[in-house]
Design a protein around this ligand. Sequence first.
Ligand code: URA
Length: 439
Amino acid sequence: MRMYDIIMKKRNGGELSKEEIHFFIEGYTRGEIPDYQVSALMMAIYFQKMTEKETYELTMAMAHSGEMLDLSGIHGCKVDKHSTGGVGDKTSLALTPMVAACGIPVAKMSGRGLGHTGGTIDKLESFPGFSTSLTTKQFIENVNRIGIAIMGQTADLAPADKKLYALRDVTATVSCIPLIASSIMSKKLASGSDAILLDVTTGTGAFMKTVDQSIELAKLMVSIGTHHGRRVAAMITDMDTPLGHNIGNSLEVMESMDVLKGHGPADLTEVCLQLAANMLVLAGKGTPAECRAMAQAVIADGSAFAKCKEMFAAQGGDTRVLDDYSLFEQPAARYELLAEQDGYIVANDAEKIGSASVLLGAGRQKKGDPLDFAAGITLHKKRGDYVHKGESLATFYGAADKFEAAAAEYRSGLVYGAEKPEEAPLVYALVTKDGVERY
Ligand code: URA
């Protein structure tokens, strides 16, 4: 078998066989097939797509490219959660302690930022002392002892995805339904949880720009997971506007802690409550209404915040920071981005906001770039708000020489108008194995 023939077959719109998919995944993982051939295949898949059968095979080949974690040492139904990515998408940091505080074990494997979107592992690493590199043994012990652990993908968990993820990030082949579905589901199947809640984001800041595309992706992932005996559901959530006000690593940790303390932004809190409730439903804790009430109760009585502190302490973090945010690394400089005119903000492209934040140093422009954990943006005015000329739209944090480029990027996605735009829903639909419920 030759990689050249596989590329040509896909380029011409053919369906790859199980053997061909395993050949390229195994050869690429072993370092025998070069990046340039796999890049060409990714681009061919981007344009020609994959059938459901090919996507299933690709997922399984990637899941089996490394270790399949055995979490049977954790008592009870283990739940995981994964977002397809967004800007200011910090829900995992707040909702996982909520679910753990309700008595459901959370064994979460997270990733780093991809393109203009942030990643939970980068956010957690902005927290002084916190380690995301647990051994599988420590991971299982922590979940059994305190009910929650979050770690990065180990070197041996779906290594094919790890290589493909980094390659797709720099070859403009991320936003492709079969590639996203196989990337996410290979990791989720290999990481061993019984139940998985997927947050499929939609809008300018997401990889899927329309609700219909997001539903298609969600249905495919739910079907792959269900086929492999996992309980899976997906929520379609809005990502036309960043959630909350903060974008950037330590800035997002602070805002998610505010949710746990009961005074987070309303949009972020609402999405966290809905995601937490659906994780609890998947774990068999009760009806959607009962599960939502449980999630609200653990915020109100402080037990979710206490659970989060336990997790940070168990993973080496300095928990004083959670009560005193001034102990986070501080930004080198600040800059106020001012409105150039009066009017409503009718569009504020979330991808541009994410890219501006990457330019400030909160994300990577190329593989391996170091992050400035204190860099990022606080939004003072969002889509739908009225602004007066000269008012601050946002505060930028980071090195002063990065502000000009970041401001130009941010402004390129900003549109003012005389009419207040219609409010977008926070959640569009829930996709389960039984079908799609649109809200
Ligand atoms: N998240 C992933 O894990 N993989 C993708 O391809 C996109 C988002």
